[in-house]
Design a protein around this ligand. Structure first.
Ligand code: NAI
Ligand code: AKG
Length: 391
């Protein structure tokens, strides 16, 4: 019988699934009691998470489809793959700016509906093309909201196309700030950015804080004829307000990866079927990265790139049994856990304790064998969310 069971949702690239050796892992979409789940955009909010789940790996960036708060309460570690699909999204955003600026979709549609022989088509092309005249990217101001893995890449590439770029991100990391070109102008607020940009592209996560942040008032503050690009999540914008802005000519175009019935019919909305990360390269990058992270967690208890737990990586000490213990970040947890081992005369060889907000995580390499009775005792400590023995 396999040591670990992985339940998959969505189309996970084979290169990632192959990272799980089949002598130790069972990997399938029908598994009822999985140790871990791998998914892309499947919505986990609407279904109960089996008791056996210890980790969830999002092959991608956004985790709004995962009940992260519930996972934290249950000691389930949620992983994502920062940056693994960022280049794919960046390339599509650049394409999207061109689609909008040059009215490519409308022009393409016009040509597809032309009738007559080639001579007549040629005449109609030359007569009709003025309806699709557009404008160039060079010299225009692009506003990038969210300077993470995708936003930084979009900002830098837009500069290379001759655009001016303004960026806004109240939580930008030092790593991303280093990657961002010094030519990007820092906006001190979203409102400041919106008022000066010809194109605005959204690259922040969908959270309670960001939901609906592009609303009627903010759209009104944008430049007339601006282009809004949303390859992040549909919920970031107030859709009715966007439709009204398109109707009023306030927005030249809305380009989005998140269609709805109203948007897909609108002549100024360009809707794509959530294609941002759908490249062979991005799908493989994400699947391989998330598979490696899940394996290291299941086999060693190590945590890399979690969205709800701290980074925790410890080399395994020889001749020991590893204990993986997610718990609340409150005083005296480590002393209570080590007392459970001490009572059985078990020596601790290595110990790592890391915290992140209200959550903490302890990894212990204990000398020799550790019985399940010790793990059971640890589980009963108030504040311990889960405990696992890894031989
Ligand atoms: N269309 C698609 O297929 C894809 C969509 N996405 C979406 O794009 C989002 C961003 O992806 P990444 O750049 O990889 O994530 P990331 O985590 O590297 O970057 C997100 C950035 O947004 C910033 N941020 C958070 N709250 C903000 C706020 N209120 N205002 C401005 N900035 C804020 C963060 O500080 C961070 O720098 C994801 O959360 C996901 O929703 C990601 C990949 C593919
Ligand atoms: O897996 C996908 O195609 C969606 C990617 C995405 O939206 C994300 O990574 O946040």
């Amino acid at each position: 019988m396999a040591e670990f069971k992985i339940r998959t949702y969505n189309n996970i690239a084979i290169a990632g699934l192959e990272r799980f050796p089949r002598d130790r892992y069972e990997v399938a979409s029908e598994i009822q009691h999985p140790d871990a789940i791998i998914l892309r955009s499947h919505n986990l909010h609407d279904e109960p998470l089996p008791e056996t789940v210890k980790a969830i790996g999002r092959a991608g960036a956004g985790v709004n489809n995962i009940p992260v708060a519930e996972c934290s309460r249950r000691g389930i570690v949620v992983f994502n793959t920062p940056g693994a699909n960022a280049n794919a999204v960046k390339e599509l955003v650049i394409a999207a700016m061109l689609l909008a600026a040059r009215n490519i979709c409308q022009g393409w549609d016009y040509v597809r509906h032309l009738e007559g022989d080639d001579h007549q088509i040629h005449k109609q092309v030359e007569a009709g093309k003025k309806r699709f005249a557009g404008f160039e990217l060079a010299g225009k101001m692009l506003g990038v909201v969210g300077l993470g893995a995708i936003g930084v890449r979009v900002a830098n590439k837009a500069l290379a196309l001759g655009m001016n770029v303004s960026g806004y991100d109240p939580y930008v990391t030092v790593e991303r700030a280093w990657q961002l070109s010094s030519s990007v102008i820092q906006a001190s607020s979203l409102d400041e950015l919106l008022g000066i940009c010809d194109f605005v592209t959204l690259h922040m996560p969908l959270t309670d804080q960001t939901r609906g942040c592009i609303d009627q008032g903010r759209l009104a503050s944008m430049k007339d004829g601006a282009v809004l690009l949303n390859f992040s999540r549909g919920g970031l914008v107030d859709e009715a307000a966007v439709l009204a802005a398109l109707d009023a000519g306030k927005l030249h175009a809305y380009v989005t990866d998140f269609p709805t019935n109203a948007l897909k019919r609108h002549p100024k909305a360009i809707c794509l079927p959530h294609l941002g990360a759908s490249t062979r390269e991005a799908e493989e990058n994400c699947a391989v990265m998330v598979a490696d992270q899940l394996r290291d967690f299941l086999e060693n208890g190590n945590i890399r790139h979690s969205v709800n737990f701290p980074e925790a990586v410890m080399t395994r000490a020889p001749g020991t049994t590893r204990l993986s213990i997610p718990h609340a970040n409150v005083p005296a947890m480590v002393s209570q856990i080590s007392a459970c081992l001490g009572e059985k005369g078990i020596n601790i060889v290595e110990l790592l304790n890391k915290s992140r907000g209200e959550i903490a995580y302890t990894l212990i390499d204990a000398e020799g064998e550790v019985g399940e009775d010790v793990v059971d005792a640890i589980r009963t400590i108030d504040g311990v969310l889960a405990a696992r023995r890894i031989p």
